[in-house]
Each structure stands twice: as structure tokens, then as C-alpha cells.
Design a protein around this ligand. Structure first.
Ligand SMILES: NC(=O)c1ccc[n+]([C@@H]2O[C@H](COP(=O)([O-])OP(=O)(O)OC[C@H]3O[C@@H](n4cnc5c(N)ncnc54)[C@H](OP(=O)(O)O)[C@@H]3O)[C@@H](O)[C@H]2O)c1
Length: 246
């Protein structure tokens, strides 16, 4: 039996790739390709609705999907605690349905975060370096901030203090931004796409975890994993890592 999938935002960069990925999967059936101005009713009959749009439209789409019995996988960004709480209220009215909110479908990127979290307590020093194309408007990246927060929480839980650093004078910015006590450096570089390193250091050794994403194709294995898993995970799940067997 195949899983019926409707993609909202189908004419966008992520949505178009998602349609191709779903259409190419033997166990999935692309039921609808919905763009701006199209009726969501085209998704009726699908099992899973995939939303890859904009923060301004995702909420009403999720509400519609849950009201019409569809599981939801969304990669759209712009989530806040208040928005997630609203989605939880809608989902509570349809408790058998699953919602995956995953602002990063990149398996490598998600794994670097989880591995960094696991490694954090074993190393005295840790810094995060993210490197992106020069068209990126925010710095540091959301993934780098999240990575630093996860590392900081793991260090705090292990009772660790700040990474050693004797700096007394510095040019502003030389040591990067500080997120929950973890230094985060942002590089903007023509020729690069989306890259992240976590460097951990202890006496006589360093460990570098690095993910390089070159193309939106990198997001498709994670997205398909979400589509295949969501029906078996009722409730609202935030982050693809919860669907990984770690
Ligand atoms: N989870 C991840 O790993 C990941 C990775 C990359 C990007 N993203 C996020 O995924 C989303 C899409 O990214 P993208 O790069 O594909 O952006 P994009 O190329 O701008 O595509 C967004 C698409 O959504 C459409 N859209 C807007 N409102 C809609 C509505 N009400 N109904 C149906 N379609 C609507 C847009 O149509 P118009 O062009 O007509 O406005 C556009 O085709 C963004 O939120 C982005 O931040 C997530």
C-alpha cells in the first residue's frame, strides 16, 4: 500500500524537489501539487500533507490539514513557541494525527548537532563555525545557534564551566558571537553553500564534526524519512532528530 502525499508550495525551490522525490519513491504517491492560489481541497484523500511555503501561510495550512484528517510534515521556517502551542492545540483535537515540524531536513546537519551534543561533555573547549554563501541575510545561522544551545545545555548538565580563553584584548567580533557561552563564528564566502563545523578540544587532541550541504537535494532523504514516519508518531514533533534512531 502506498502513502498519498500532497505538497503545498509545490512551485517553490524546496517544494519542486519534494514533488520529484515523492514521485520517484515506489512507496509514495504524489496526490497533489499545490501552489499559491490553489485550493487545499486538492489534498483531500492524501495521507500526509507536506508544507514548504512561508511563515505567513503555514499556520492556516496546518490547521486545515489537521481538521481534514491529514498528517503534516512541514519544513517551513519561522516557528515560535506561541505558534507551536497553537499547532499542539489543533493536534489535540485529532490525537491520532502526527505533525513533524522540521526546519532542517539535512541529515548531516541534524546529526552534527546531535553528535556535538553527545561529545560536548568530554571536551574542555568547543566552538562552532558556520560558513555560508554571501547572500545569506542572518548571522549566525539558525542551525549554528541551535547547535550552540544544545552544546551549552549538555555542558551545563555535566557541570562544566566556560571553555578556557585568556583573551584580554580583542578587535570587536574577533571571538565571534557568544550563544549561551559558546563562541559561534560566521563566515560568508562566494562559492560556498551551507556548511557547519563544531570543533571540540581537550589536552593534546581536537575533534572536528563537519557537515557540507551543496544542494537542496540534501534535504530530500530527511524529508522522505519524515513523510514515511509521521503517521506512526501521533502528536507534534519538533525536530527531525526525534525520528532518527540515535
Ligand atoms: N527544512 C529544511 O531543511 C529547509 C531547507 C530549506 C528551506 N526551508 C524552508 O522551506 C520553505 C520553502 O523554501 P524554498 O527555498 O522552497 O522557498 P521558495 O522557493 O520561496 O518557495 C516557497 C513557495 O511557497 C509558495 N507559497 C507561498 N504561500 C503559499 C500558499 N499560501 N499556498 C501555497 N504555496 C504558497 C510560494 O509561492 P509564490 O512564489 O507564488 O509566493 C513559493 O512557491 C521556507 O520557509 C524555507 O525557509 C527549509
Amino acid at each position: 500500500m502506498t502513502t498519498g502525499v500532497a505538497v503545498v508550495g509545490a512551485r517553490g525551490r524546496m517544494g519542486a524537489q519534494a514533488c520529484r522525490a515523492v514521485a520517484g519513491a515506489d512507496d509514495l504517491d504524489l496526490v497533489a501539487e499545490i501552489g499559491r492560489g490553489d485550493s487545499l481541497d486538492a489534498a483531500l484523500g492524501a495521507d500526509v500533507l507536506v508544507d514548504l511555503t512561508v511563515p505567513g501561510s503555514v499556520m492556516s495550512t496546518v490547521e486545515w490539514a489537521l481538521a481534514h484528517g491529514l498528517h503534516v510534515v512541514t519544513g517551513t521556517t519561522g516557528w515560535t513557541d506561541a505558534r507551536l502551542a497553537q499547532v499542539r492545540r489543533w493536534q489535540a483535537a485529532a490525537p491520532h494525527l502526527g505533525v513533524l515540524v522540521a526546519t532542517n531536513f539535512g541529515l548531516g546537519a541534524v546529526l552534527v548537532m546531535q553528535f556535538a551534543k553527545q561529545a560536548a561533555k568530554y571536551f574542555e573547549s568547543v566552538e562552532v563555525v558556520e560558513l555560508h554563501h554571501p547572500g545569506k541575510v542572518d548571522a549566525p545561522s539558525g542551525s549554528a545557534i541551535r547547535t550552540a544551545q544544545l552544546i551549552a545545555a549538555a555542558r551545563a548538565e555535566a557541570g562544566m564551566g566556560p571553555s578556557p580563553d585568556a583573551t584580554e584584548q580583542e578587535l570587536p567580533g574577533a571571538r565571534g558571537a557568544v550563544v549561551d557561552g559558546v563562541h559561534v563564528h560566521a563566515v560568508r564566502m562566494r562559492g560556498m553553500t551551507a556548511h557547519q563545523e563544531v570543533v571540540l578540544g581537550g589536552p593534546g587532541e581536537t575533534l572536528t564534526l563537519r557537515d557540507d550541504t551543496y544542494d537542496r537535494a540534501a534535504y530530500m532523504p530527511g524529508l522522505l524519512l519524515g513523510v514515511r514516519t509521521v503517521a506512526g508518531r501521533p502528536g507534534v514533533t519538533v525536530g527531525l532528530e526525534h525520528y532518527l534512531d540515535l
